[in-house]
Design a protein around this ligand. Structure first.
Ligand SMILES: Cc1cc2nc3c(=O)[nH]c(=O)nc-3n(C[C@H](O)[C@H](O)[C@H](O)COP(=O)(O)OP(=O)(O)OC[C@H]3O[C@@H](n4cnc5c(N)ncnc54)[C@H](O)[C@@H]3O)c2cc1C
Length: 418
């Protein structure tokens, strides 16, 4: 938009991950005067930079489900499994775990699955609206995603497959022979698998993020690289933020800081139990030709995506908060598991730790604050924040523009924690 255009009201968006950038882009396209604020350059090191790059519209079944309660304790105690704890963080996270357990009933699992499905089903069309206007050639591929497993893991796969069938999600069960035909370089340790043919992946999440960010700037958006310290509401009820350098007042404000959002929402008297599931990646450079599409080895909670950086090996869930140092054991787990599937892999590079923003009911918070009508939230998208960037952005922009919607948005409201 050019300078002589009449802007609607001003909106500040804190956080330039995939959530903040998509929200800012949909808002600026509706004519709002948007300032996007981040303490880092977009895509520098956030979860939106280092993820597995899956667009997974099928992934509606949450991790909190009745069968995990049986498996999780032994997985947590094993130092070689896909789950890990930083013991010094257990007391802090204890209330989160209790809420998580409460949400593992079949009824709560189905509630989460239903409302994840509601937004996941719209995730790719929302991205397509944005991708129509930027050049993503070579960056986003539509070849589906394969999950495979050994017999040991079959029981929990059946639950997921059945629920996805109920939702009408396209999935194709694969025999070992079919997996081999599709991905011949993987060692044949698997007993079965499933292909989600409608899934996509990116070959470089950072490049996609920067394309969207450049588009935002081109449409007239403004970026400030600053660390936000506080949010406050003076008597006129317009949100004021204090950064390390300045004060800013906006008509409306959006918090989209991923796993770091709680540091800001706690200041405005919300009690949102956001925490993080830490995840890691490494790259095996020059080996992306070994896969045509992303694969997930379910027994080990591990994903491998062919990317411009090589094979990106991604995974593990570590409960340990935002401040603990990375764990060498987790990296070793990823590297050993990748070499188990591809014995000829050599040296890995680029060890990375990232923070999935996760609420104990595995639904995101997308909506207004309970206490301030000019404050909005979009965070807590856990393992699916990359997939849900565009649709969350579209929903928040629609709310701020006071548009009507047919969606039931109340399940995403922070009021559920009051
Ligand atoms: C290992 C791993 C693999 C994953 N794989 C996938 C996948 O394949 N598909 C999928 O859909 N999802 C995946 N995810 C999840 C997804 O990456 C996240 O849910 C998503 O990136 C979160 O986006 P966000 O914009 O909310 O947060 P982030 O990307 O974390 O961005 C938050 C931004 O806020 C900024 N910020 C924080 N505090 C402040 C402050 N006080 N002031 C200013 N700026 C601040 C940060 O600098 C950051 O840039 C994965 C996550 C991990 C860790």
């Amino acid at each position: 938009m050019s300078d002589d255009v009449q802007w609607k009201s001003s909106v500040g968006v804190i956080g330039a991950g995939i959530q903040g950038i998509c929200i800012s882009l949909f808002l600026v396209k509706k004519g709002f005067k948007v300032t996007l604020i981040d303490r880092d350059e977009p895509g520098k090191n956030s979860a939106s930079y280092g993820n597995a790059g899956h667009f997974s519209p099928y992934a509606s079944v949450p991790i909190n489900r009745p069968d995990v309660l049986v498996d999780v304790p032994s997985m947590l105690l094993s130092s070689t499994g896909p789950l890990a704890l930083k013991w010094n963080y257990v007391p802090k996270m204890f209330p989160w775990f209790l809420k998580f357990i409460k949400n593992c009933s079949r009824k709560n699992m189905m509630h989460t699955a239903k409302y994840m499905h509601q937004i996941l089903d719209l995730a790719l069309p929302a991205y397509d609206e944005l991708f129509e206007e930027i050049d993503i050639s070579g960056l986003v591929e539509s070849k589906g995603i394969i999950y495979f497993w050994t017999n040991k893991d079959l029981k929990s796969r059946e639950l997921e497959i059945n629920i996805r069938n109920e939702f009408g999600i396209k999935q194709q069960l694969l025999t070992p022979h079919e997996i081999h035909d599709l991905e011949p370089h993987i060692k044949q340790i698997y007993h079965g698998g499933v292909l989600y043919p409608n899934a996509r992946h990116t070959r470089n999440p950072k490049k996609v993020l920067l394309k969207l960010f450049d588009f935002f700037l081109k449409e007239g958006g403004h970026f400030e690289r600053q660390n936000v310290q506080t949010i406050s509401f003076p008597p006129d009820n317009k949100p004021v933020i204090k950064t390390d350098l300045n004060f800013y007042t906006f008509d409306k404000l959006v918090v989209a800081c991923g796993a770091f959002s709680k540091k800001l929402t706690d200041q405005v008297n919300e009690k949102i139990p956001l925490d993080t599931e830490r995840g890691y990646h490494v790259h095996f450079k020059g080996h992306d030709h070994l896969l045509s599409r992303p694969v997930i080895f379910l027994n080990r909670g591990l994903g491998i995506t062919p990317m411009e950086q090589g094979l990106r090996v991604v995974g593990t869930v570590e409960f340990g908060g935002l401040d603990n140092p990375p764990s060498k054991k987790r990296i070793k787990y990823l590297v050993n598991s990748a070499k188990y599937l591809f014995p000829k892999l050599g040296k890995h590079e680029d060890e990375w730790l990232g923070f999935r923003p996760t609420l104990p009911d595995f639904l995101p918070v997308i909506g207004p604050s309970k206490n301030h009508k000019n404050l909005f939230y979009s965070f807590g998208h856990h393992h699916l924040g990359w997939t849900l960037g565009a649709i969350s952005g579209k929903i928040i922009a629609g709310m701020i523009a006071k548009e009507n919607t047919n969606l039931n948005l109340s399940p995403y409201n922070s009021l559920r924690f009051s």
